[in-house]
Design a binder for this molecule. Structure first.
Ligand SMILES: *[C@@H]1O[C@H](CO)[C@@H](O)[C@H](O)[C@H]1NC(C)=O
Ligand SMILES: *[C@@H]1O[C@H](CO)[C@@H](O)[C@H](O)[C@H]1NC(C)=O
Ligand SMILES: *[C@@H]1O[C@H](CO)[C@@H](O)[C@H](O)[C@H]1NC(C)=O
Length: 382
């Protein structure tokens, strides 16, 4: 019993001591609990703050990387013929430093795009003299981009008789910074397909290049029926183009067709390569124009473009500039008989599709050679 008592007493004691312990511990536990709660709160705030910081840092990092990537890819595009010239992001130096080039006290720059300010250094005036081509392919090229010319010479540029019609292909370029005149002369001696004018060949000067093409057509090839201005990174199904142009409903005068663009807003963001300052082009939208990658016109138009260019303030978007010429001449653009033949970006080569289209923008000269070679293989296309 005593034991029991003691036992129970002991138990009570124990319980008591536990209780008292608990009782004694209560305030300190409470304290710890509060402390932990506070600590958690602090840690939470700290984490939240740090997380936010890291996030914005990460974002900044990513943005930076993206910009770097863009700059990187732009550099690649400019030098290595990757993307259609219209899609090269070149911010013209001239806008960054000196403002738009049209501001000139005597207004002489109004005539900047007027091609007779420039003269031909390399010429092939005989191209259209012996025989009059039905179609002239005018390919603006970069002075350094010989790879692209060679791919064209092996493919659609090597076709001189298409569907029974004479076709001539010429490359147009301006002056580069380097002295490449000997090299170019040799190149022309070999192929007889270069035309070089003495303007500075830069991205901002693309409109001059187009107008120099118009001048050449007016003075050297007036009797040809049609011309296509076609960029050097294009796949051109030349057979389908000639088939289209031979259609009875296609006019031989005052005709301009291609990928028609309506109501395109002028880009005012200085970061864009299509940036055009208001001083250069005040309207917020461009007149209707055909996309520069490849447009086709009857050969009476070049002369009209050259004349009207005296009265049009130049801006660097060459295709929209031609749209502006058409507007000033009060002429309408004509949609092609089958607009879906004028494709822009290709994702994958498809023999059947390429046998039906007229244009596609390509990624490299090698693609052009590969696709062309495959398309010309005998056998059914579809
Ligand atoms: C162009 O085609 C002819 C055959 O019509 C061929 O002999 C010539 O090698 C071709 N030129 C190029 C640069 O591939
Ligand atoms: C455009 O070409 C003209 C004539 O060669 C030249 O004076 C001018 O510097 C060029 N502009 C740019 C931005 O390259
Ligand atoms: C263009 O055609 C006209 C008349 O048809 C002719 O007199 C002229 O010599 C031709 N021009 C060229 C460069 O062939």
């Amino acid at each position: 019993m005593g034991d029991q008592k003691t036992g129970s007493g002991g138990k009570r004691l124990k319980r008591q001591s536990v209780e008292s312990l608990c009782y004694q511990k209560k305030p300190s536990l409470h304290f710890w609990f509060q402390f932990l709660l506070l600590l958690c709160l602090l840690v939470f705030i700290l984490c939240f703050y740090l997380f936010n910081l890291t996030l914005s840092w990460q974002e900044k990092f990513l943005l930076h990387r993206q910009q770097w990537f863009f700059n990187k890819s732009n550099q690649v595009n400019v030098s290595a013929y990757k993307v259609h010239p219209k899609h090269k992001a070149v911010i013209p130096e001239i806008y960054k430093t000196t403002g738009p080039p049209t501001v000139h006290p005597e207004g002489i720059q109004y005539h900047q795009a007027y091609p007779r300010n420039y003269r031909f250094i390399i010429d092939n005036p005989e191209t259209c003299q012996k025989e009059t081509p039905f179609l002239v392919l005018m390919v603006p090229v970069e002075p350094s981009n010989v790879q692209a010319w060679d791919a064209i010479r092996q493919t659609w540029g090597n076709e001189s008789l298409v569907q029974g019609q004479l076709v001539a292909t010429l490359f147009m370029l301006g002056r580069s910074g380097e002295d490449d005149s000997e090299k170019l002369k040799q190149e022309n001696l070999q192929h007889h397909d270069l035309i070089q004018s003495d303007f500075m060949d830069t991205y901002v000067n693309l409109t001059i290049k187009t107008m120099v093409i118009m001048d050449w057509l007016t003075t050297r090839c007036r009797n040809a029926t049609y011309t296509m201005k076609v960029d050097s990174d294009m796949f051109l199904n030349i057979d389908n183009l000639v088939i289209m142009l031979k259609k009875a409903e296609i006019p031989t005068k005052e005709y301009l067709t291609g990928n028609i663009m309506w109501n395109i807003p002028v880009i005012r963001s200085k970061d864009s390569k299509w940036y055009v300052p208001e001083e250069m082009f005040p309207d917020s939208k461009y007149p209707t124009y055909t996309m520069g990658m490849g447009y086709i016109f009857s050969n009476d138009l070049p002369e009209k473009f050259v004349e009207v260019s005296k009265m049009i303030k130049p801006f660097n978007i060459e295709d929209a500039y031609i749209g502006m010429c058409m507007k000033k001449l009060e002429l309408e653009l004509t949609p092609p008989p089958n607009p879906s033949q004028f494709k822009t970006y290709n994702t994958k080569y498809n023999r059947c599709e390429y046998s039906q289209i007229i244009t596609y923008i390509l990624g490299s000269p090698q693609e052009l050679v590969n696709y062309w070679t495959d398309l010309k293989k005998p056998g059914p296309h579809c």
